[in-house]
Design a binder for this molecule. Structure first.
Ligand code: ADP
Ligand code: MG
Length: 251
């Protein structure tokens, strides 16, 4: 634990270029986008530069494929008030192809549409940027800069590589946001593999402890959607062609 404290003392500062979307809370945004007839580029298009993968919406998400995820629960999460207001987290676990990234991105988009500020990134990309900031003694400011986002979505946490794990930037981010700002994390493994992601077991435990303290955890243990649709496609005629392609188009 002493090590963790030492690590936390390492906070330093500065900048980070981000694939991000910055949106103000709803009233101001809604007013501006309603005035898009002013000749300015439509501000409503801003979410397309957010780093959110294209085409992953709640509308295109097939809830029947994931019986453990209810549409009502996701709608409540998409409103944001129940969790983002108090810095609670959402953790999505499940095997590859089960729709974690899709659901995370779709929720991110819906939250943006509801006026929240959301930053979506692959975990490894952000860890890389934070490591650079740390080397430049700018880590604290880089982490503080993420404070402007009500939600940081870290896609594929367990893919952080071993050399990336040797620094503790992810732990520092989690600690800094704890009980203040929300995180949505997707991972193939629920905690089991997380020792690879943090420098030592004590830090892994401390990170998990903070993340789950106020969290909704959804385990999406379903067969790969990609594989399922590929098999269905192979079954061939008799199946409406638009159904065969629409779900995998954006792979
Ligand atoms: P994961 O992140 O769990 O590995 P993805 O979200 O990347 O899975 O899903 C793999 C592909 O299958 C993506 O193209 C995604 O849009 C699609 N997909 C997965 N689950 C669903 C679903 N329930 N409804 C619609 N498309 C889905
Ligand atoms: Mg994924």
């Amino acid at each position: 634990m002493r090590h963790i404290r030492e690590v936390l003392r390492l906070h330093h500062s500065v900048g980070m270029s981000q694939r991000a979307v910055v949106r103000r809370r709803r009233p101001e945004w809604a007013q501006r986008s309603n005035k898009s007839g002013s000749g300015k580029p439509a501000r409503a298009k801003e979410p397309t530069c957010s780093g959110l993968p294209a085409g992953k919406t709640l509308h295109s998400f097939d809830f029947e494929a994931v019986p453990m995820v209810s549409k009502a629960q996701v709608s409540a999460l998409a409103a944001g008030d129940g969790w983002l207001g108090k810095g609670a987290n959402l953790l999505l676990f499940g095997p590859p192809g089960g729709g974690k990234s899709h659901l995370a991105a779709a929720l991110g988009l819906a939250l943006i549409e509801n006026g929240w500020r959301v930053f979506f990134t692959r975990t490894t990309d952000l860890v890389q940027k934070l490591q650079v900031a740390r080397r430049e003694l700018n880590l604290e400011a880089a982490i503080n800069r993420l404070d402007r986002f009500n939600l940081v979505i870290l896609d594929d946490l367990a893919y952080v590589s071993k050399d990336q794990a040797e620094t503790s930037v992810l732990f520092e981010l989690i600690s800094a946001r704890y009980e203040r700002r929300s995180m949505l994390i997707t991972a193939n493994q629920p905690f089991g593999e997380w020792n690879r992601v943090f420098p030592d077991p004590a830090m892994t435990l401390a990170a998990i402890d903070r993340l789950v303290h106020h969290a909704t955890i959804i385990e999406m243990n379903v067969e790969s959607y990609r594989r399922r649709t590929a098999i269905e496609r192979k079954r061939g005629p008799g199946r409406p062609p638009e159904h065969a392609t629409s779900k995998t188009r954006a792979d």
